[in-house]
Design a protein around this ligand. Sequence first.
Ligand SMILES: Nc1ncnc2c1ncn2[C@@H]1O[C@H](COP(=O)(O)OP(=O)(O)OP(=O)(O)O)[C@@H](O)[C@H]1O
Ligand SMILES: [Zn+2]
Length: 735
Amino acid sequence: MPAARVLIDGPNELVFDYAIPEGMDARPGCRVKIPLRNRASTGTILALAKEQASEFELREVLELIDPDPLITPKLMQMGHWMADYYGAPMELVMRALLPEAVRQENHSEKTRKMVHLLETPDEEAMTKLSKRASRQHLILTLLQAAGGKMPLSDLGAGASASIKAVAKHGWVEIKDEPVRRDPDAGEAFLEDSPLSLNSEQQGAIEQVFKEIETPDKPMLLHGVTGSGKTEIYLQAAQRCLDAGKSVLVLLPEIALAPQTVQRFKSRFASIQDQVAVMHSNLSQGERFDEWHRIRNGEAKIVIGARSAVFAPLTNLGIIIVDEEHENSYKQDTSPRYHGRDLAVLRAHIENSAILLGSATPSLESFHNTETGKYQLLKLEQRADGQSMPIIRIVDMKIEGRKYKGAGPAILSDPLRANMEKKLAEGEQVILFLNRRGFARSLQCPACGLVIECRHCSIPLTYHKSEERLICHICGHQAITPRKCPECHDPGIRFQGYGTEQVEGVLQKVFPTAKLARIDTDTMRRKHALRDTLKAFRQRKIDIIIGTQMIAKGLHFPNVTLVGVLNADLGLHVPDFRAGERTFQLLTQVAGRAGRGELEGEVIVQTYTPHSPSIQFARHHDFGGYADQELEFRRQFGYPPYTHCAVIGTRSTHQRRAEFTLQNIHQRLKKDLPQGMVLGEPLPSPLVRAHGQFRYQLMLLGSSARQLSRHISNILNQTPPPDDVTLVFDMDAMGF
Ligand SMILES: Nc1ncnc2c1ncn2[C@@H]1O[C@H](COP(=O)(O)OP(=O)(O)OP(=O)(O)O)[C@@H](O)[C@H]1O
Ligand SMILES: [Zn+2]
């Protein structure tokens, strides 16, 4: 008898084999009822075997819940690829493929009671009714006015006896009707129409149309900030819909891209019902509804973050990956997939077009255009003929001297003077600083002690409004000491500054300007970001100070000055991608300036004005940056010339974490295949987080398959002790 391997619903990821009874058309991806500990349980079929392998008699599947697999065969194929490539158990892959809300099907459809008018009594009867039973009369007239049906709840609470009475006469009937839980209920979107494209856009879209017609090669759309990439996405999507095909749009963090989502919603406002947006703020019920709307073909455009790459669309015309260089496409728990890479794979499996877009492409994707694996589409001009902003560098080593001992130099003279000018002219300013809180750390000048988190190896950040120290890794909080806890020196002081402190400085320097701070501390409320950006667009705010939440994708024509307060923050971290990331961030932030009629200016404050990331960004020279960075990567054998995998161990026992990794290192080394480079086991840059010690080693290999198989083999042979957790991160993006 054939057997099925079933992932049981529930928190524990149990997997058992069951026999498939004769005549049951069970396929992978189908949900089934199975016996478990004398009770009927539910689960999803992971895989089938022709003959059962076990010598024990298997229990039988009780019932097939879905005759058609919930997971399409093509998505299943992608799932098996993921399990193999990322070295992840199929159980975990399955969790990614089928959202919790769908797998544990207890969010059945939401329904509501509707009252339907079956027939209206004649005029005479109505007149009688109005005198004798005015409530019943009212119900009938309301129903007539509403065109024959109304939700029961709208007919008022006290009306139930009257409704029963009119139902008894056979005038009305109450029926359950399904309702969609619409996450955007209450929001109105004005329809807009396609723009006529400029010649660069025209060239790009023709290529995209060709690919939609007959998919051949992935496309990388490299368009400078403000070049109108979104318009290309919109017209590509429209073309697919016209051809009866579906569209998948991936955005890095959907909560941070309210403007892009809004543009899609506006363009497709007339077919609102066919658009599904999947983001992390959806309730389980909303997620269930959206998923089923996609699976049954009602929704034809899906917009979502990385996990939307598994959206069960069929007949895909194009997959669009906006800001393809963004790290947040990488999943940070197993299976540690890269949303962009899976999108490319999925397009291949589904035979659809794929369009990756960015103003600062990842070197991986850019390199693929150089080798001819991808095709490059370029937009070198801003869409409306605006010029690129002028970028000026301020050397804070020189500026800082003016402030001797008077606290940190936050606003250099050139930046402050420029802000004054713009504000006087009624223009708007964005300031960028990638650190929240008031002060980075507290340090004792006498003994040098820096107050650290008790669970993590980083300093605690001082938050003034809450009057406490907070760990930005684990959230641990502590009271701010008045003197050094070690040597009791009362001179203990703040080091470094965050957005909260900048806000305070701005209030003093520009007392009449209206300010808003955008970071995770101020944006906790559900629609806080959307509302703040709206106020900014309406010019109710003059200056925004924000973290990376405001770095990309925002379009405000009246912003003429962007200030980068400390460009060095991401530069001095032990990661070969640190320079690339700084270049991307500076280019993206700078790109927020001068997107309207007025010219834009950018002022970058830095202590390392000559670093290549800063210099190339200043000249808007992606090509130059990519050339020299790729040369460096090639020399050292780093990605994109190789694949990079990281193996990590974590444990509350430092020695156990270290020893386990050393052990793995030994085994990896013993039969290391040709072409692989094995690094040393070392403490992670953040050696302790959430109370766990972390060790890691890096492997580089020219063949991804060989690399991940070699590692999976060794890890399977070396199960870690119970108190050590293993992490295997294929194509790791951070260290
Ligand atoms: N052909 C066009 N004619 C006139 N305006 C256009 C055209 N195409 C795009 N625009 C406008 O140009 C502005 C910038 O476009 P968009 O935001 O799409 O740029 P982008 O390339 O996505 O930039 P970023 O990478 O900075 O997000 C938008 O206001 C858009 O409406
Ligand atoms: Zn901590």
